[in-house]
Design a protein around this ligand. Structure first.
Ligand SMILES: *Cc1c(COP(=O)(O)O)cnc(C)c1O
Length: 434
């Protein structure tokens, strides 16, 4: 049998569907972020400076001095690895400290760290649902792959509710009846459209129909709420949520995932989840770095404020130039292309002609026909970066004959009148918009 043939065919299929993905060989600069070095394919000896506009290290905590110091210090004191699974010999003081910090962040009794957010959703959703008798999982239709895998692995019955549709969720809850065990799983902030879930309504419905709640706050922890506890903290419903899941890899700039909940839930997941039990723990370096990031963001709102300001400025500048930026109430700036091939071409042009890096987002991350450039401004992007971005995008849109929309000025939710004024008189921005 020609085994190789199957792999070649599989790749050829992706290429034919314009879904084949290419990774850019980048070297981030902790100090100069968003500037990075890019090594074009076949020209690794000729690196070019580019500006990153698609990082999920949303607050650039990965390059924060306190975080770097904590990582270096932990490496010097404890070495590079964890030394085993938590059950064998991988439990170390930095991970214990991290879990205490995370439990406190969400006002819960306990927390459990995993090697990634993806694994934490898989492990926690499947284990919690399996431990409930005849559990029905009510899952938002747009939930992340890791949550879907958790639901699948549980082997429990599931019912999808239409995205953020409270009437539909209520109908399903009512049908299940108050006696049946029910787990509502949803995200607080959906990362592709940047829309925010009606968490208060979900919590109220869960109470009314006696259901447990599980929220993925991956795109909100560190970034929303007075201490960075996420959307549920901001909306005042943190105490009403049964299980909160988050990542250490986005707003907290490092690596790993976690859940926070009552002590008995945490103890049960710790004791029953194979994807926790049979894998090596996060190393002390990562745990210490994450702890430093969580601690910093509990006390400091400066990064959050600047982040929201830059996101609002970016959306405003794109709209003012007639670029089809999707409106939403979060820090995510989706710029719609709606075609896989053109989306890839736009991304390539930005990189090759303008030294701007924005990875194209294609199926299956988004629906076919909803391809986009997903722009993620950070506190370290400046107005000059925004002006350059708009100028480059206008050139790319013209080059590829992509449709402009009617230029309009957004109400800037998170930006004060003075900042708005300063922004509108910024000459380069105006030039780009013309
Ligand atoms: C990125 C992501 C995850 C996975 O988190 P990692 O720490 O990157 O594994 C989970 N849920 C959502 C909604 C995500 O976008």
């Amino acid at each position: 049998m020609d085994y190789q043939h199957f792999f070649d065919e599989a790749i050829a299929r992706l290429k034919a569907e314009q879904r084949y993905r290419v990774f850019a060989d980048l070297e981030r600069d902790a100090v100069r972020f968003p500037v990075a070095l890019w090594r074009p394919e076949g020209e690794a000896d000729k690196p070019r400076e580019v500006v990153i506009w698609c990082s999920n290290d949303y607050l650039t905590m990965g390059g924060h001095a306190d975080v770097i110091k904590a990582v270096v210090h932990a490496a010097e004191r404890h070495g590079a690895g964890a030394g085993g699974t938590r059950n064998i010999s991988g439990t170390h003081h930095p991970i214990v400290e991290l879990e205490a910090e995370l439990a406190d962040l969400h006002g819960k009794a306990a927390a459990l760290a995993f090697t990634s957010g993806w694994i934490s959703n898989l492990a926690a959703i499947s284990t919690i649902a399996q431990l409930l008798p005849n559990c029905l999982i009510l899952s938002d239709a747009l939930n992340h792959n890791s949550m879907i895998e958790g639901v699948r692995r549980s082997s429990c019955e599931k019912a999808l509710f239409n995205h953020n549709d409270m009437a539909h969720l209520e109908k399903l809850l009512k049908e299940a009846g108050p006696e049946r065990a029910k787990l509502v799983v949803f995200e607080s902030l959906y990362s592709m459209d940047g829309d925010i879930a009606p968490v208060r309504e979900i919590v109220a419905l869960a109470k009314k129909y006696n259901a447990m709640t599980y929220v993925d706050e991956v795109h909100a922890v560190g970034m929303y709420g007075p201490r960075g506890g996420g959307v549920c903290e901001r909306e005042g419903v943190m105490a009403d949520i049964d299980v909160v899941e988050g990542t250490l890899a986005k707003g907290f700039g490092t690596l790993g995932g976690y859940i926070a909940a009552n002590a008995n839930i945490i103890d049960a997941v710790r004791s029953y989840a194979p994807s926790f039990i049979f894998t090596t723990a996060l190393p002390p370096t990562v745990a210490a770095g994450a702890t430093a990031a969580v601690r910093h963001l509990k006390a400091s709102g400066a990064e959050r404020a600047k982040h929201q300001e830059m996101a609002a400025l970016t959306k405003h500048a794109l709209k003012a130039a007639g670029l089809p930026a999707m409106d939403n109430a979060s820090h995510i700036v989706p710029l719609m292309v709606n075609n896989a091939d053109l989306c890839k071409q736009a991304s390539d042009l930005l990189l090759e002609r303008h030294n701007i890096y924005i990875q194209p987002i294609n199926y299956p991350t988004v629906a076919i026909g909803a391809e986009r450039l997903r722009i993620t401004p950070t506190p370290r992007h400046t107005q000059a970066h925004v002006a350059d971005l708009v100028e480059a995008l206008v050139d790319v849109w013209k080059t590829l004959n992509l449709p402009f929309v009617e230029a309009k000025v957004l109400p800037l939710r998170a930006v004060s009148a003075t900042q708005l004024e300063a922004h509108c008189t910024y000459p380069e921005m105006k030039r780009a918009a013309e």
